[in-house]
Write a protein that binds this ligand. Sequence first.
Ligand code: SF4
Ligand code: FES
Length: 254
Amino acid sequence: MSEKKNLRLTLKVWRQDGPQDQGRFETYELDNVNPDWSFLEMLDILNMKLVRDGKEPIAFESDCREGICGTCGFVVNGRAHGHLHKTTVCQLHMRHFKDGETIVIEPFRATAFPVLKDLIIDRTAMDFILKRGGYISVNVGSPPDANTIPVPKHNADKAFDFATCIGCGACVAACPNASAALFTSAKITHLALLPHGHPEREKRVAEMLTAMEEQGFGGCSNTYACEVECPKGISITGIAKANLEYWRAKLKGH
Ligand code: SF4
Ligand code: FES
């Protein structure tokens, strides 16, 4: 059995004291990095070292550390959530990096995502989009028997796929236009595929797409970068579906 060698890394980390600060990269050397640590555990260890040396620890967000909550996103070596496909940065492990490697770490960059501190960005712009229709507000009464509202299996499966969006914002960070089209379309498509999303279908797409523009996100120009970087593998076909929903709503006078 081959023993995994601990790594020696050079970390270039974006440090920014607050929203008004210009920010700069600072370089840290870290020895003895266990390949089984997650990327965030590696930052935890670096932060312990910084605190021991009387320095300010690096501010970054995390909650679940299981790829579920969407709070942990930042850019690693130019890739949102790092280079591993369909993986959040909290689920990225150090065994995917080489001994002696230099790793550049910076926050997601987008006009709609101001940097609050170091790697922490303000993602409330996405909440504003959700507030305009990413839910069902009609009174649907008590839960009916499962088989009284048949949902085709194909639709149920697709709706579930779009519902797995965790709102991390990596699609925005990856997009050259800083568009939130993948995120917004995931919510629109998820509910458009299910019968209980239909009563507010037209209003939802009109409101959410308007909110996306109002919040300063760019438009989609089909680069597919969002789909490549999305840790949940949300398909860009959702954007085509949301466009169809948009024209459908417009024809119905919304
Ligand atoms: S579509 Fe993907 S990348 Fe965008 S917010 Fe949802 S999970 Fe994150
Ligand atoms: S900490 Fe929850 S998805 Fe990474």
